[in-house]
Design a protein around this ligand. Structure first.
Ligand code: CTP
Length: 395
């Protein structure tokens, strides 16, 4: 199942380090070439010789040892790895990688790789619940690192709660599932728009909306996971773009229009952004002072980017969104037709669990051929997968 795959297992200093031996053994049995890098702390828990015997490869512990004894230097290992698996992953390694610290062989190799990295977390419950650690995990997830979550149970320290290393079988399954996943969008180019836009009013003010960009970023990440080449055009959000996407930051709807029009040479266009429909008729050069009791501003319509693309598109699969507060079906179907879309992802933003700012959405897909499918409340990553499944069906 893993025949010929190069997997680098990083072992860090936790009680569960001995279980990494079982993980390495399982990976070997599935046909992988396994290279183990141990942190210095991990060698207090288990001997390098154990991993050397099981992996049948030299185990690296010291960054400054003579490279002649080891035929795979850390940079070439970082390049050749199909996957990194950190097991057990302590709060310490998570914190170091999240902050770009590279002070030993494992962290320098991790810093130098673009291969997928899995952290099989294991630590004391209180450490696991520590908001600093949680924040570090969130940072790593934003950069596309994968977490294999711990189980709950009685921990070595006597505490009961979350923090117990996942079963070695589950850890190996997570890696196998990832590496054997079909890349169904290999060779395809996908353009995704995300986030709100900002329309300036004066040098210090603008109007915008509540779009977080999460849906568009999730689609971009999933498309990359499916092997696509991704261009992500985004208005201002607090999110970190996926590292392998071509990222174009924009401010106003006009900027987004220009960026989209310059990148129409793609196979799929997914417009998850919520561009402002109107812009100020005139932008004041100076800050508007609060001189009068009331203030009236005039707005003029922005271009409808999706509609414009729908008019000129040729072969591209075109997907739009419809954020509604009433008559979802009627509005969505109208947009589907008027904007010449292949399908539209509609949601009622007033419903709990759906809409702009949360991590979940409740959507219905309306297709141009007339059929529709409604889904329950799902994480935006799941919604992204459903959208891409539909796109792939259409290839
Ligand atoms: N859209 C766009 N350009 C705009 C406004 C919207 O490309 N100026 C796109 C959005 O990215 C989305 C779709 O059109 O994919 C529908 O957006 P939505 O805000 O739901 O609808 P609007 O077409 O703007 O219509 P209304 O605001 O009247 O509901």
């Amino acid at each position: 199942m893993l025949n010929g795959k190069n997997i680098v297992v990083g072992v860090t200093g936790g009680i569960a380090a001995y279980k990494a031996a079982d993980v390495v053994s399982r990976l070997k049995k599935l046909g992988a070439n396994v290279y183990v890098i141990m942190t210095e702390h991990s060698t207090k828990f288990i001997q390098p010789l154990t991993f050397q015997s099981i992996s049948q490869n030299y185990v690296v512990t010291d960054m400054f040892e003579d490279p002649k004894t080891w035929d795979v230097e850390h940079i070439s290992l970082a390049k050749r790895a199909d996957c990194f698996l950190i097991v057990p992953a302590t709060a310490n390694i998570v914190g170091k990688v999240a902050h770009g610290i590279a002070d030993d062989m494992l962290t320098t190799t991790l810093m130098a790789t673009v291969a997928p990295v899995f952290f099989a977390l294991a630590m004391n419950t209180k450490m696991y619940e520590n908001p600093i650690f949680k924040n570090n995990v969130a940072t790593l997830e934003r950069y596309g690192y994968h977490m294999i979550l711990p189980e709950s149970g009685r921990l070595a320290c006597g505490d009961v709660g979350a923090g117990k290393l996942a079963d070695p079988e589950h850890i190996v399954q997570a890696v196998v599932a990832y590496l054997s996943r079909e890349r169904r969008m290999t060779g395809k180019r996908v353009l995704v728009t995300a986030g709100p836009t900002r329309e300036p009013i004066d040098p210090v003010r603008y109007i915008t909306n509540h779009s977080s960009g999460k849906m568009g970023y999730a689609i971009a990440t999933e498309a990359l996971n499916e092997g696509a080449e991704v261009i992500l055009i985004s208005g201002p959000t607090g999110l970190t773009p996926p590292p392998n996407a071509t990222f174009i930051a924009v401010e106003s709807t006009q900027d987004m229009y220009d960026a989209v029009m310059a990148h129409l040479d793609v196979d799929v266009i997914i417009k998850a952004a919520a561009p402002a429909d109107y812009k100020a008729q005139s932008i004041s050069d100076q800050k508007i002072k609060k001189e009068s009791e009331d203030l009236t501003l005039s707005f003029v319509k922005n271009q409808d980017i999706l509609k414009a693309v729908g008019k000129i598109k040729t072969h591209q699969i075109l997907v739009g969104f419809a954020a509604e507060t009433t008559d979802v079906e009627a509005h969505a179907k109208k947009k589907l037709l008027e904007k010449n879309l292949d399908f539209i992802v509609a949601n009622d933003v007033t419903v709990e669990g759906a809409g702009f700012n949360g991590d979940t959405n409740i959507v219905t897909l309306f297709e141009k051929e007339g059929h529709s499918t409604s889904y329950e409340c799902l994480h935006k990553n799941e919604v992204a997968r459903i959208i891409l499944d539909k796109v792939i069906e259409r290839f």
